[in-house]
Design a protein around this ligand. Structure first.
Ligand code: 4LM
Length: 396
């Protein structure tokens, strides 16, 4: 995408549609071609050697880079305002490759007390098998973060908003603490997408995504992305991405590029629908503890307004009659789908304690604020009256 005709930088939606690919001069194909190839032919043996040695640009083998995947990476880097992005086979492939690239045996990771279940699971693997320790910390105030930093802390890893409690962490504070203590800060931005929040703008170092969610948006792929400084991500590309091998397939990169073209439009609708659904739930006599950053009753509503450009599509809540009532309500739903994952155009509802966060021991799960009866709703882009009517009938 060229900006030669414009002195102004392009806006988010324009970048989402165009960045990363110019119709190629040979065929003029408007849509991004899917380079479904494992390897690339070298014009000469010498060139092949130079490409392997990193002395000449050019593709070598799709585990090291692929043009369809590169187009996706360029688009996401632009949207997150980062120098570089790297695509992975899943969100967990991205998270594990980044963390493995940053720590070694004896190091410590400081984490938000509230993480996706499998991220918690990966931290447990690092601790049990590789002597990399972690601490979960309530990061709502600065003192508790700084007092939890150890001499061997190499990474501060956070989700904001957290899955599934929607608790928020001040990104500017985390960016600043990271700089002051020379600790790499990593932010999982899955719940927001770059349309609603860009952690690099707040001084954080690396953004990770489960691109399976809002970036893809249609529930038809699994993918991950990391964004940050070029040097760091090139190092990851040639170490924990290349040698562990969790790369994204070209077809999935194509689907992601297609999904991202409508990211902003979809997010606007997710935000509008979710606010109305949250208000409906908050006013329902059988519902309690509605967690949605857009509600005035949400304890961190002001912080949400400060660092997020919208409140997203995720809502967590409980029923006054507890777990059994919650599960029974889920079973009565007709339109909303009982499924894990989030950020799809379809509304999805799940029960974190028995599903996405079942790997977290109960004691820790309760400390994270994930009660046994908590239900998480990912509000889709359907007509909001239909979503509310379905919830209404299931609650009655
Ligand atoms: C879910 N989440 O919550 P892959 N980071 C966050 C996530 O929510 C997830 C991942 C990473 C759910 C999946 C079943 C904040 C996933 C992991 O699934 O590996 O793309 O992302 O429902």
């Amino acid at each position: 995408m060229s900006s030669k005709n414009s002195k102004q930088p392009y806006g988010f939606h324009t970048l989402a549609v165009h960045k990363g690919y110019e119709p190629d001069s040979q065929t003029g194909s408007l849509a991004l071609p899917i380079h479904q190839t494992s390897t690339f032919v070298f014009p000469s043996a010498e060139v092949g050697g130079k490409r392997f040695a990193g002395e000449e640009a050019g593709y070598v083998y799709s585990r090291l880079g692929n043009p369809t995947v590169a187009a996706l990476e360029e688009k996401v880097a632009a949207l997150e305002k980062g120098e570089k992005a790297l695509a992975f086979a899943s969100g967990m492939a991205a998270i594990s490759a980044i963390l493995l690239g940053l720590v070694r045996s004896g190091d410590h990771i400081l984490c938000s007390r509230g993480l996706y279940g499998c991220t918690f699971g990966f931290l447990s693997i690092l601790k049990d098998k590789f002597n990399v320790d972690y601490t979960l910390c309530d990061m709502r105030d600065e003192e508790s973060v700084t007092s939890s930093i150890q001499e061997n802390t190499k990474v501060i890893y956070i989700e904001t908003p957290m899955n599934p409690t929607m608790q928020i962490i001040d990104l500017a504070m985390i960016g600043q603490i990271g700089k002051e203590h020379q600790i790499t800060t990593v932010v999982d931005n899955t719940f927001m997408s770059p349309y609603l929040q860009r952690p690099l703008e707040y001084g954080c170092d690396v953004v990770v995504h489960s691109a399976t969610k809002y970036l893809g948006g249609h529930g038809d792929l699994i993918a991950g992305i990391a964004v940050g400084k070029e040097d760091f991500l090139e190092e990851i590309r040639f170490t924990t991405l290349k040698d562990i091998g969790g790369i994204l397939a070209p077809f999935d990169a194509f689907l992601l590029v297609r999904g991202i073209k409508t990211l902003g439009v979809r997010m606007d609708r997710h935000c509008q629908n979710a606010l109305q659904v949250a208000i409906f739930l908050e006013n329902h006599p059988k519902v309690t503890n509605v967690m949605y950053p857009g509600l005035k009753s949400f304890p961190q509503h002001e912080l949400a307004k400060k660092q997020m450009d919208g409140f997203g599509g995720l809502i967590s809540f409980e029923l006054k009659d507890g777990l059994e009532a919650g599960l029974s309500m889920m079973n009565k739903l007709e339109l909303l789908k009982r499924a894990v994952s989030l950020g799809d155009v379809d509304s999805l509802i799940q029960h974190p304690a028995s599903m996405t966060h079942s790997v977290v021991p109960k004691e820790e799960r309760i400390k994270m604020g994930i009660a046994d009866g908590l239900i998480r709703l990912s509000v889709g882009i359907e007509n909001v009256e239909d979503i509310i009517n379905d919830l209404q009938q299931a609650l009655s």
